[in-house]
Design a protein around this ligand. Structure first.
Ligand code: ADP
Length: 560
């Protein structure tokens, strides 16, 4: 319709312009035409002037009310919005109390007031739309006052909405028709009247049936069976309002009545179902308490789980440590047993040799040659016993910090040459080749270190090389690497299993744990070497391959 207005105006202007141009020749004719068309244009402009419809909004949910965000809502608002689309007409909402709004409507300060119950007087004062809803009055109470029939209102205090149609009806008609007397108290809003009812300031509240579906009517308020005055509810337009707007409203509502899916029925559905879906207070409390308990339980479970996991982690760690400690203890136990057996073997064997052959020496049946052989055995056994005892004494001295480092300038080549000579015979006796390689180190290379300790280190390593090599070559040598002197003893002997490479430097440890091992030795030699090197700020390491041979490298700092 408003689009039509615009078309009408446009057409008028174009038409008048063309007409004027065509008739420009005669000034008088043009003026006449312009004057004739002017009212038409003005009329058209008036029809499309910004259309604003001032709608009164008061508080009577769910029919009409202001929501929590301050916007108008309710059945009447849904209906009026569906009737006048926003692009055609701007609805301006004017908030107020019912009585104020009725006054404004009378004065034409607002255009329309929804939710007006029919009365002949109102019909004459305003332009009423066709009925939008039908209503009736109902008596609402609380559990503290029992009202089962209209007569029960006798001597009661009754609340009504001020200036509403029911106020007049309650004040006069009911008392007259039922011959009863009561006090009527008017309230500006339903909220106030509900508060008064709950506070016991009134015994009953008379409101329309829609009140039952509003949020205000909670479980504390009872809808008594007492029903009064059936009425129809309308949009009341001010007498000044453009009548076409009323027509549009009436036609649209009539159409919506006949369409079950219309905005009208959707609104009813929305507002009347609202109350039904609300759960009783007790159930809502129960759900609240259960939800809270659930959250607490969940939190408790989460915390408990985290604590259990932390505890499990700690226990797992402890377990790992215990297993490692157990394995270490078992290993120590095995080593201790092996050592004791080894040590007693290392002491007993030479001792038996000594005692046995000393006795045999006294036997006159043996000639001198045989006796010399026995003396040789007694000597070797004594040396072996002495060596073992010396090792034990040395390790005890190291343990009790009695070993002192006496640094002095040392010629490494000379020491190596000396040790080479000391072990050459033993090697040759086993059919081995013993070599010394010191050429890589300048003759005059002087090292400040403990000479005795260095000699002992080389001696122990050479001794082992000869002991654990059955054929091939043993090489003793040294070279300079960065700021260290590296000495080495290389052999083509039995080699060391990879899993024993570290352990051999521990005390009383042999690479072969078996008692039946064919090589004698207390397992202290490498431990002494390692302790010496630590005192001399040096290091030791080994590279070895079983059945191929081993290389023991030791380093000493050159600047020390
Ligand atoms: P001992 O030689 O008295 O047994 P050591 O501490 O000198 O004690 O050596 C520990 C172990 O290391 C030896 O028992 C042996 O099993 C192994 N070992 C040392 N040197 C060599 C080597 N050159 N070749 C093979 N195994 C060796």
């Amino acid at each position: 319709m408003y689009a039509k207005d615009r078309l009408y105006l446009t057409r008028s202007i174009i038409f008048s312009t063309i007409f004027i141009r065509v008739n420009m020749k005669g000034r008088h004719t043009s003026l006449i035409v312009f004057l004739v068309l002017l009212p038409l244009v003005i009329h058209a402009e008036k029809r499309i002037a910004p259309r604003v419809l001032k709608v009164g909004v008061y508080d009577n949910p769910p029919k009409i009310f202001v929501d929590k965000k301050g916007n108008p809502d309710g059945i009447f608002i849904d209906v009026i919005r569906s009737v006048y689309p926003s692009n055609e007409l701007h609805l301006e909402f004017v908030y107020g109390k019912w009585s104020e709004l009725v006054g404004k409507l009378k004065k034409g300060e607002i255009d329309v007031l929804p939710d007006m119950a029919y009365s002949p007087e109102r019909d004459s004062l305003f332009t009423l739309s066709i009925p939008v809803l039908s209503s009736w009055l109902q008596v609402y109470t609380t559990t503290s006052s029992i009202i089962n029939k209209t007569e029960d209102l006798h001597h009661k205090r009754i609340g009504v909405l001020k200036s509403s149609s029911q106020e007049e009806y309650v004040k006069t008609d009911i008392q007259r028709n039922f011959h009863i007397k009561y006090t009527v108290i008017g309230y500006d809003t339903y909220t106030q009247s509900v508060e008064a009812l709950k506070a016991g300031k009134i015994d009953a509240l008379i409101a329309d049936r829609f009140f039952y579906f509003s949020e205000l009517c909670d479980e504390d308020i009872l809808a008594s069976g007492v029903v009064l005055q059936v009425s129809s509810l309308h949009f009341a337009f001010s007498k000044n309002t453009d009548h076409t707007l009323v027509e549009v409203l009436n036609k649209t509502i009539s159409l919506q009545y006949n369409q079950p899916q219309s905005a009208y029925y959707q609104s009813l559905q929305k507002w009347f179902n609202k109350h039904k879906t609300r759960l009783p207070e007790s159930v809502r409390w129960l759900i609240g308490v259960l939800s809270f308990a659930m959250i607490v339980f969940l939190l408790f479970t989460v915390v408990l789980r985290a604590r259990v996991q932390a505890k499990t982690r700690a226990l797992n760690q402890q377990n790992k440590e215990l297993i490692a400690a157990k394995m270490k203890a078992e290993e120590s136990d095995r080593l201790k047993t092996a050592f004791l057996q080894n040590l007693s073997h290392e002491i007993r064997t030479p001792l038996n040799g000594i005692l046995g052959f000393v006795n045999v020496l006294q036997d006159p049946h043996f000639n001198d040659e045989r006796k010399n052989q026995f003396i040789e055995i007694v000597n070797k056994s004594s040396e072996r016993l002495l060596s073992t005892i010396n090792d034990i004494i040395e390790i005890s001295k190291i343990d009790s910090n009695q070993v002192e480092v006496n640094p002095e300038p040392v010629n490494i080549c000379a020491i190596m040459e000396y040790q080479y000579k000391a072990h050459r015979e033993k090697a040759i006796a086993k059919g081995l080749v013993l070599k010394v390689q010191t050429q890589q180190v300048p003759e005059n290379t002087s090292l400040i270190t403990d000479k005795t300790m260095l000699s002992n280190i080389i001696s122990i390593l050479l001794n082992n090389a000869v002991k654990f090599t059955n054929e091939g070559t043993i090489e003793l040598g040294c070279f300079i690497e960065q700021s260290s002197l590296v000495g080495y003893v290389k052999d083509t002997g039995i080699g060391i299993p990879p899993d024993r490479l570290e352990a051999i430097f521990d005390r009383f440890v042999n690479a072969d744990l078996e008692l039946s091992r064919p090589y004698e030795g207390s397992g202290l030699g490498l431990a002494i070497v390692k302790s010496y090197l630590s005192l001399l700020k040096g290091t030791i390491r080994v590279e070895s391959e079983e059945d191929k041979g081993s290389v023991f490298y030791f380093t000493l700092p050159l600047n020390s």
